[in-house]
Write a protein that binds this ligand. Structure first.
Ligand code: CA
Length: 525
């Protein structure tokens, strides 16, 4: 029996009624009840393991991890993804990162901020943790979702790492939900998205609030904080500086980059390896150009100046790592937390795909993803292998030497350890499928180059994917696309042109069935 299982695992075949082995379409295997299925790649895993062991021997210290997370940047914004100067904002530093590292063309986020930000820190889908949509002013959360979640920074901190989150949080600001409550050693940033802050000071766009003192007082009672906040594990929290003007808001990212740069200098000289999640405030609407960057993009619009500024900060952070001599012992990953928010156009990014932020079309969830590690990731690599941003959780655990045995068996984990995909020169993705949720609705599944939708989000006016859209069931047949033939998801191949619809639909249903034994958590959102 054991040998029989080994054959299934290593060759990815099944046995038909006549005892003959036949190749399987779905190459993934379920290694444990509570883990997402993964494609076994034992040879490349071994090479990655040896590379990491050799580096550890040379450095005598675990590798550092730096995530650069932009807010609402579109897939098509960076030059290396087809944007840059063509889309009105050149991005030389991001392009250089891709050229010297590995560019992923099928990286997936969740469709809004809070879900992505919580998923990458827990390795679990938002519907499992309860953090299914952005937390907004007036929301009454009934259960602290973090109370029984084990975050990546907590695990890394226990493994000897210093863990820091700089910038936007947006996953709860009450006690018990702040970054420094859920595992980070230090937090320095602004809790909410830019617009949640700037609506208090922008009288041109929000006169009904800013020019009405009574309403402003009512909003202050329920609104998120507009202070730069500095917090430490254990609870010590200081409110440093309030955003009092549009100009203050415009300078927020410079403040954050200055802090990360300073901390990298200090941490690189110290004993501990570090994990820094640097979360930009830009380019979430409303964007206001920093005086040093105003008009510096080709387009000269605030959003585009914001892209150009973010790119400059990426360059500054990379230069600091280089100057500190730690680039060869640091994994850098650059991404965006969701697609462009087209509702705010022209204060919005660009995606070549259908849909935008707030939808489970490719435009909402396919984001830039660049992995860079000097000497460990071969320069100039590009891959269309599937990568869910939750996989960063698995990569983080692996390179920090944290065993998945530390994770509870009564929780389902959606991440896949993709370390060998990134580190091995011809490494391939171990992910067979990505699942797309919208709140509590299971909407779609991408498997290989195919994507099946059982529900779709339809804007009722151009660009209005959040504020004027509806969720629809599909008709008799699911909507089935071949993304290689039709990246824009406009021409269904249906059952007419392709035999795999039922198989991909089966994968989606198999995913749905995992909730029977591991029910979703409801936190009142
Ligand atoms: Ca976002």
């Amino acid at each position: 029996m054991y040998r029989y299982l080994i054959v299934l695992v290593t060759l990815c075949v099944s046995v038909n009624g006549w005892g003959q082995e036949v190749p399987k379409f779905d190459l993934s295997v379920r290694f444990a009840d509570n883990f997402e299925t993964a494609i076994p790649r034992p040879e490349q895993d071994k090479i990655a393991e040896e590379k990491l062991a050799a580096l550890q021997k040379k450095k005598g210290k675990r590798p550092n991890i730096v995530w650069l997370v932009v807010d609402d940047m579109g897939f098509g914004d960076p030059g290396t993804y087809g944007g840059g100067a063509l889309a009105g904002a050149s991005t030389p530093n991001i392009d250089k990162l891709a050229a010297k590292g590995m560019k992923l063309t099928s990286t997936y986020s969740q469709q809004t901020c809070t879900p992505t930000r919580s998923a990458i820190l827990t390795g679990r889908l938002p519907v499992r943790t309860g953090l299914i949509r952005p937390i907004l002013a007036g929301d009454k959360i009934t259960v602290n979702p973090w109370a029984d979640e084990i975050s990546l920074p907590k695990l890394l901190s226990e493994a000897g790492y210093f863990t820091l989150l700089t910038g936007k949080w947006h996953v709860g600001e009450s006690i018990g939900m702040r970054p420094h409550d859920i595992g980070f050693d230090e937090y320095y940033g602004y809790y909410p998205a830019q617009k949640e802050i700037s609506q208090r000071v922008d009288s041109r766009r929000f006169p009904g609030l800013v020019l009405n003192p009574k309403r402003m007082a009512a909003f202050e009672a329920v609104g998120p904080t507009d202070y730069l906040t500095h917090g430490f594990k254990g609870g010590k929290t200081e409110e440093l500086k309030q955003i009092k003007s549009i100009e203050d808001m415009s300078k927020a990212d410079q403040v954050l980059t200055n802090f990360t740069v300073q901390r990298i200098k200090e941490l690189a000289a110290g004993e501990k390896p570090f994990f820094i999640e640097h979360c930009f405030m830009k380019v979430h609407s409303d964007n206001f150009a920093h005086p040093d960057y105003a008009g510096k993009s080709e387009a000269k619009y605030p959003y585009k100046d914001g892209v150009h500024e973010v790119d400059a900060h990426v360059g500054a952070i990379l230069k600091t790592l280089d100057d500190a001599g730690v680039l060869d012992n640091t994994l850098v990953f650059f991404t965006s937390d969701n697609g462009p928010q087209m509702d705010g156009w022209p204060d919005a990014g660009y995606t070549p795909f259908r849909g935008a932020k707030g939808t489970t079309w490719e435009g909402g969830v396919r984001v830039p993803g660049i992995a860079y590690w000097e000497g460990m990731i071969a320069p100039g690599r590009t891959s269309d292998g599937l990568f869910d941003l939750m996989d960063l959780f698995g990569v983080g655990l692996n390179i920090a030497g944290v065993s998945t045995d530390k994770l509870p068996t009564d929780k389902y984990y959606d991440f896949i350890d993709q370390t060998s995909f990134l580190l091995v020169e011809d490494g391939r993705s171990k992910r067979e499928a990505v699942y797309f949720w919208w709140g509590k609705e299971l909407m779609a599944c991408r498997m290989k180059e195919y994507k099946v939708h059982t529900k779709v989000i339809m804007p009722q006016a151009p660009h209005m994917h959040i504020d004027l859209s509806t969720v629809h069931d599909v008709g008799l047949a699911p909507w089935f696309f071949n993304l290689y033939l039709d990246p824009k998801e406009e021409m269904t191949v249906g059952h007419r042109l392709d035999p795999w619809m039922a198989t991909v639909l089966g994968k989606l249903k198999e995913h749905g069935a995992t909730f029977k034994n591991y029910p979703p958590k409801n936190i009142g959102l």
